[in-house]
Design a protein around this ligand. Structure first.
Ligand SMILES: O=C(O)CCC(=O)C(=O)O
Ligand SMILES: [Mn+2]
Length: 204
């Protein structure tokens, strides 16, 4: 799907330099059943990374699912995808139908409380399709997602609600960073699923 087609469906939040949109209630989930299923069915693990020679265990829990042989380097380590769990596969198929595209990997994040966030970054790794999109689903507590332009510093805040979808193109990753703000008053968990499109040539 071209970005133009996406633009027609969902309004762009960015004034320039890329496409990012927010779609509330993309998944109808009034009883938070997706949050609970994902909490139970995904093999959540605290991420481990080595920073300045010190082993650090992140507060955030993660999982990486995908097609066979998909590998991704995050937190400075290459990870092989686990097979798709039933619930994540179901969500992937719904997204693929609605967005008329395919995803071959998904990075999952579990933020147990608002004290856990994710710092400013862009998802512009070389493994990802340069003309692809990232589709990001949120379940559980409403959290603030922020975008910041790399040159001008312009900032955009979006409240990500249960069942909502964010669609980002790769052009926006080049020019904008994003973060999940820490909000210590929030005591409930949130789960985020970022469906991604990996290049075929990096398949192992
Ligand atoms: O939790 C979120 O909404 C952001 C996650 C994110 O940016 C990422 O996994 O790269
Ligand atoms: Mn990201």
């Amino acid at each position: 799907m071209s970005n133009n087609t996406l633009n027609i469906i969902y309004q762009n939040l960015l004034p320039h330099n890329g496409y990012t949109s927010y779609i509330p209630n993309f998944i109808k989930d009034t009883h938070s059943s997706f949050l609970h299923q994902l909490l139970n069915e995904v093999a959540w693990k605290h991420d481990e990374l080595t920073l300045y020679g010190k082993k650090i265990i992140t507060k955030r829990q993660v999982a990486f699912e995908g097609d066979e042989h998909i590998a991704y380097t995050y937190s400075k380590q290459e990870k092989m995808a686990s097979p798709w769990s039933k619930i994540v596969l179901e969500l992937k198929q719904k997204l693929e139908k609605e967005l008329n595209t395919q995803f071959n990997g998904c990075l999952l994040n579990l933020y147990a409380t608002g004290e856990i966030g994710m710092a400013w970054h862009s998802d512009n790794e070389p493994e990802l399709e340069s003309e692809g999109i990232i589709a990001s689903l949120s379940f559980g507590a409403t959290r603030t997602f922020q975008l910041k332009h790399k040159q001008s510093g312009e900032k955009i805040d979006v409240k990500l609600e249960n069942g909502s979808l964010v669609v980002m193109d790769m052009h926006s990753q080049k020019h904008w960073m994003h973060q999940l703000k820490k909000e210590p008053k929030i005591k409930e968990p949130r789960i985020n699923l970022t469906f991604r499109q990996f290049k075929n040539e990096v398949l192992k």
